[in-house]
Design a protein around this ligand. Structure first.
Ligand SMILES: Cc1cc2nc3c(=O)[nH]c(=O)nc-3n(C[C@H](O)[C@H](O)[C@H](O)COP(=O)(O)OP(=O)(O)OC[C@H]3O[C@@H](n4cnc5c(N)ncnc54)[C@H](O)[C@@H]3O)c2cc1C
Length: 459
């Protein structure tokens, strides 16, 4: 083939950014600063035609293709050395149909883009807990967030997706066309093509009652036990996750407690405001709340409350499991390693995946871990690369201590690190073989391999 970069420069409407360009360093950077990679070109696509051109150039030249939605992948799947980066960040439009309660969302939108567009209509799509995260990667892996218990995972609210396939065609996948592809997209990651548009079912979400409750670290066992028991039966409009938190310098933190390690419950009640206190009371009673910032807040503000704690450009190393049961021994391990939380941006988050998420069967979508109770993730985030060894060790030691208690080999593909690529089979769990068969149909040459990869089925 002729020079793929030249072909792209002649074909696509968006900029084709190469090493000599002044914006190259900005264009090649991703959320996790550990991945300092140098692609041959970053192509900022403007429409499906651009996406088709980049996929064709990648396929025909043999250059590796990295697909970038929001660029948040901790393993850095949104960038690559010496390959092509297909960057969708310009394709971030969100159109809301308030009558049908549907949003059409570009493949490069962030969760914040969706919240911004849907909030004025009193509607929301379920996403995650940090607004700068890309809709695409989050959705294709499953999507766990504040609304999971009430309306399910993000994929449970996906109605259709437009996908540019490895052979260059764009197709629509839904319950009515290309059903096998639609099934695989809902949990199978970026393995099957480039999603240029998602269509989501929206739900009534306006202002919620939410925010963090801070407890003394010494009360962690009582708080974890209470959270474990209550979140299994609490009204489903309550979103809540447990985490460790070194107190940042924020107005609601007592001055003499800045820098102390707390355990927190981050709450988000999307029910009648007058019922909030009753619903939150069991959590408030778990132990004495030291400080808090619970109040009426817009859903976009709730979803972006932690953005500043986890900015782009930090070092990131994470590890994750799914767990069937949070045992007392597991709690002991959490407390032992949570006590060593090394940085204000680092934590362990324990997300519930019960309620509406469990009313979908494990084989109804590609997200197979519907029987699990929690999705824990040990989040290592710090600023100085000199500290990499110590911080990675904290994450690994923590994970090694809790993993034997998880009752499951697999973890959430969106919370994996690059050195977890060999866990793909257990992460996709009961659905792996079917995913491999769909992969063979839609991407037999594994053009889309820069991801938690599913090898095309053989034979
Ligand atoms: C600070 C932070 C907070 C997070 N919070 C949550 C949370 O609350 N809930 C949750 O579920 N997850 C959460 N995650 C994990 C998040 O879901 C994953 O990191 C996800 O992969 C991010 O998607 P992205 O589009 O931003 O990433 P990218 O790096 O752009 O892409 C990630 C993967 O998706 C593929 N991909 C991206 N766009 C497309 C596309 N348009 N078509 C096909 N494939 C595509 C890429 O090839 C890659 O394999 C969080 C991550 C971070 C860093």
């Amino acid at each position: 083939m002729s020079d793929p970069i030249k072909v792209l420069t002649d074909t696509v409407r968006g900029p084709v950014i190469t090493p000599p360009d002044p914006e190259y360093d900005d264009a090649r950077s991703v959320y996790n600063a550990m991945h300092d990679r140098r692609p041959s070109a970053v192509v900022r696509c403007t429409d499906s035609a651009d996406v088709m051109a980049v996929v064709a150039a990648g396929r025909e030249s043999g250059l590796d293709l990295a697909i970038r939605g929001g660029g948040h992948s901790v393993p850095g799947y949104g960038t690559i050395d010496d390959g092509l980066v297909l960057d969708l960040s310009r394709m971030n439009s969100v159109q809301v149909d308030p009558v049908k309660r549907i949003a059409r969302v570009g493949g490069g939108a962030t969760l914040g883009d969706v919240d911004h567009a849907t909030y004025p209509f009193g509607l929301a799509a379920p996403g995650g807990v940090v607004s700068t995260t890309g809709v695409a990667g989050l959705t294709l892996g499953g999507g766990i967030g504040y609304l999971t218990r009430s309306v399910g995972l993000t994929i449970d609210n996906l109605l259709s997706a437009d996908v540019v396939l490895a052979d260059g065609r764009q197709v629509t996948a839904s319950d009515y066309q290309n059903e096998d592809l639609f099934w695989a997209l809902r949990g199978g990651g970026g393995n099957f093509g480039v999603v240029t548009n998602f269509e989501f079912q929206l739900h009534e979400v306006g202002d919620v009652v939410g925010g963090p409750l801070f407890y003394n670290f010494d009360d962690a066992r009582a708080v974890l036990e209470c959270y474990r028991d209550y979140i299994a039966r609490a009204p489903e409009q309550l979103g809540c996750f447990f985490g460790w938190q070194i107190a940042p310098d924020l107005p609601f933190i007592p001055r003499d407690r800045i820098g102390d390690l707390f355990c927190v419950l981050v709450t988000c009640w999307n029910g009648p405001h007058e019922e909030a206190e009753k619903v939150l009371k069991p959590l408030r009673d778990a132990a004495e709340v030291q400080t808090e910032q619970v109040g009426v807040v817009s859903f976009p503000d709730m979803n972006s409350a932690f953005d500043d704690l986890v900015p782009k450009g930090m070092q990131n190393y994470w590890k994750a499991d799914f767990i069937s049961e949070l045992t007392d021994d597991a709690i002991t391990a959490h407390i032992e390693h949570g006590a060593k939380t090394p940085h204000v941006s680092s934590s362990m988050h324990l997300h519930p995946i019960n309620g509406a998420a469990q009313r979908v069967g494990p084989d109804e979508t590609a997200f197979g871990h519907r029987d699990k109770q929690f999705s824990p993730v040990v989040v290592g985030i710090w600023s100085d690369p000199e500290d990499n060894e110590a911080n990675i060790k904290w994450v690994k030691d923590y994970y090694d201590a809790i993993h034997p208690h998880s009752g499951s080999e697999g973890g959430y593909i969106n919370f994996m690190s690059g050195d977890d690529d060999d866990r793909a089979q257990v992460n996709y769990g009961v659905n792996y073989d079917r995913l491999a068969a769909v992969k063979k149909t839609y991407d037999p040459e594994n053009v889309f391999h820069v991801n938690q990869n599913i090898a095309p089925a053989s034979g």
